[in-house]
Design a protein around this ligand. Structure first.
Ligand code: MN
Ligand code: MN
Length: 286
């Protein structure tokens, strides 16, 4: 039999019923404040995923040996609160069916729906921004309000790579949450920061959200709200490798595929790294 190309995430060929992971896209960018277009990210990231070898040498696993299924994209409503409700619905279904959700944004607001459904003990986010506005430009579900909405579900919040926000946001993040700015990570090193994070979360369930702009925009410029002086793709891979084993859900959001393809490529790699890391969690329990 010949191989056929398709538009699914590469190697996501397991039927839904047999899959342990459900990938889905949320092509929504209705509240983006600077450059719009991250609705095109799920398609760009799926396309990029075909460039990657099926074998993951770090985990010594072939991705086709992991049962994961690509459900396609949610046909999104146009208002952010409705899209958040759609995501919550999809994630509740995945939970009921015993599958780990792997969500591809779209803008960051979609994360709220997944966290609402999963109610994890910890929320760990890599982001240049604090996203702590209670309301922004007329909506409490703006992509600048994600952490504010998540804090209504859990106060155990760890923010990695932040470097942009108001004075009030930084003061409040330092008081209430575990904040590691991009500068903190630069001076301490990602490994030592992740040792502290592992100590904090222990064996508790966590939700891991990667906002693509946590990575320095000079490395991956395909972003709606680009920020320099950020983390590296390797730093984020270290985050994913360290935390995948505790994760009950994962997302990668805010890619704006208007660059030479490097931002979507990093995203595709890290989504695969999450699936491999989670699937191999019993092997890498140290
Ligand atoms: Mn964000
Ligand atoms: Mn951001």
């Amino acid at each position: 039999m010949q191989s056929f190309s398709n538009t699914l995430f590469a190697d996501a060929e397991t039927a839904y019923v047999d899959a342990s992971y459900g990938i889905f896209g949320v092509p929504f960018d209705g509240t983006t404040s600077y450059k719009a277009g991250c609705r095109d990210a799920p398609a760009a990231i799926r396309q990029a995923s075909y460039n990657i070898e099926t074998y993951n040498p770090y985990y010594d696993i072939d991705l086709p040996d992991i049962p994961f299924h690509d459900m396609g994209d949610i046909y999104t409503e146009c208002l952010p609160d409705l899209v958040v409700a759609q995501v919550e619905d999809v994630v509740l279904d995945l939970m009921k069916d015993g599958k780990v959700p792997v969500m591809i944004g779209g803008e960051h607001s979609v994360t709220i729906g997944a966290v609402r459904a999963l109610c994890p003990t910890w929320y760990v986010v890599c982001d240049a921004h604090l996203d702590m506005q209670d309301e922004y430009r007329g909506s409490a579900f703006n992509h600048d309000c994600v952490t504010a909405r998540v804090s209504e579900i859990t106060q155990n919040i760890i923010i990695l790579g932040a470097r942009s926000g108001t004075k009030d946001e930084f003061t409040s993040a330092r008081e209430k949450y575990h904040l590691y700015t991009a500068d903190d990570i630069k001076s301490k090193g990602i490994r030592s920061v992740l040792d502290e994070v592992s100590e904090l979360v222990g064996n508790d369930p966590l939700y891991l959200s990667i906002d693509a702009d946590s990575i320095d925009c000079c490395l991956t410029p395909g972003l709606g709200t680009p920020e320099p002086f950020g983390l590296t793709p390797t730093d984020i891979r270290e985050v994913v490798r360290t935390l995948a084993k505790n994760a009950v859900g994962f997302d990668y959001v805010e890619v704006l595929p208007n660059d030479a393809g490097q931002t979507a490529m990093v995203a595709a790699h890290l989504i695969r790294e999450f699936i491999a890391g989670h699937a191999c969690r019993s092997k890498h329990n140290d």
